[in-house]
Design a protein around this ligand. Structure first.
Ligand code: MN
Length: 326
């Protein structure tokens, strides 16, 4: 689990401790992510499967990609495909992912870097491990989050943000038992680098066995806790939560969670993703790679894609030019 690690957590700024009047967010429900396959066939956990979109708002989709240890020749990505109406946020923990889009965006991310792509009015993109990694194989682990855009921002021009791991906001808990990496938004006065259209916060935290994390959380944001690795508890009643499970939290001032005293053989720490944003509260019409407000807008998106109005695949030596819907 490389992501970004810090040797001496006591050297970091600290997360503020909740006040006596602050309310812990309760657990409304826990779901277990089913396994699936994405793109050309890489394994994912569908973290939001079975959860009402209203509880996820402003998010619509979350895949945990891997964790998988590829043999040589096995690493896979996606072919060229379109998106419209939302943002894709790809955070890489282990391995390397290259990105290229028809709007001119692109880059390579690894070990704690993030690709933040605002599809907006529409584009085509491709996400692939680099050729040398396909040849060598190796560890692959990350997440891709889909952040919805409100009606009046679904038609913004596409934008690409290349967020390096060195830009992450890093803070520790008072006892230095947990490392908090802020990818986007603000948590207790500390900020991350992601520039968001929809107000939101995104955090990756690592907890030592037995450690507790109380995270101040914007009262008007929803709150979701997804466990990437290890096990522990969440909420006032210390609901058990393990790798591949999502907790939807209710209202309150802070998110409270902790790591079990003993972790499994695969991880020495509990790894969690904490997400929240201001709900958009608009109708969601979602078809394949398009997230719009009405079914007619989704059908329009398919038509625009089929007629080449979402952009053309750049001709790049060595890259597949095949385009699929999905
Ligand atoms: Mn995509």
């Amino acid at each position: 689990m490389p992501a970004v690690t810090v040797d001496d957590l006591t050297a970091l700024p600290r997360v503020s401790t909740p006040g006596l009047a602050d309310v812990v967010r309760p657990v409304l429900g826990v779901t277990t992510a089913p396994r699936g396959f994405e793109g050309e066939g890489f394994p994912v956990h569908r973290a939001f499967a079975g959860v009402d979109l209203a509880a996820l708002d402003p998010f619509v989709h979350l895949d945990q990609m891997g964790e998988v240890n590829y043999a040589p020749g096995e690493p896979k990505g996606t072919p060229w495909h379109p998106h419209r109406g939302f943002e894709t946020v790809t955070y890489m923990i282990d391995g390397v992912m290259d990105h290229q889009d028809s709007h001119g965006g692109g880059g390579s991310i690894t070990n704690g870097d993030t690709q933040w792509m605002t599809a907006g009015s529409g584009l085509l993109h491709i996400e692939t491990p680099p050729g040398w990694l396909v040849a060598a194989g190796g560890l692959f682990h990350g997440v891709q989050l889909w952040v919805n855009l409100p009606r009046d921002q679904k038609w913004v021009s596409p934008r690409y943000q290349d967020l390096r791991s060195s830009q992450l906001g890093l803070v520790a808990t008072a006892d230095a038992g947990a490392l908090v990496r802020i990818i986007a938004g603000e948590v207790g006065g500390h900020t991350g680098p992601g520039s968001t259209h929809t107000p939101m916060s995104m955090v990756h935290a690592s907890l030592e066995p037995g450690a507790r994390l109380d995270l101040p959380w914007q009262v008007d944001f929803n709150a979701l806790v997804y466990v990437l690795a290890g096990s522990g508890w969440v909420g006032l009643d210390r609901r058990p939560l393990h790798a591949g499970q999502l907790a939807v939290l209710g209202t309150g001032d802070f998110v409270s969670l902790g790591a079990a005293d003993r972790q499994d053989d695969r991880t020495s720490t509990m790894e969690v993703l904490v997400l929240g944003g201001r709900p958009i509260r608009e109708p969601v019409a979602w078809g394949g790679p398009f997230v719009m407000n009405t079914k007619a807008e989704v059908l329009q998106a398919f038509e625009d894609f089929n007629k080449g109005r979402m952009g053309q695949v750049p001709v790049v030596h060595g890259l597949s030019n095949e385009v699929v819907e999905g």
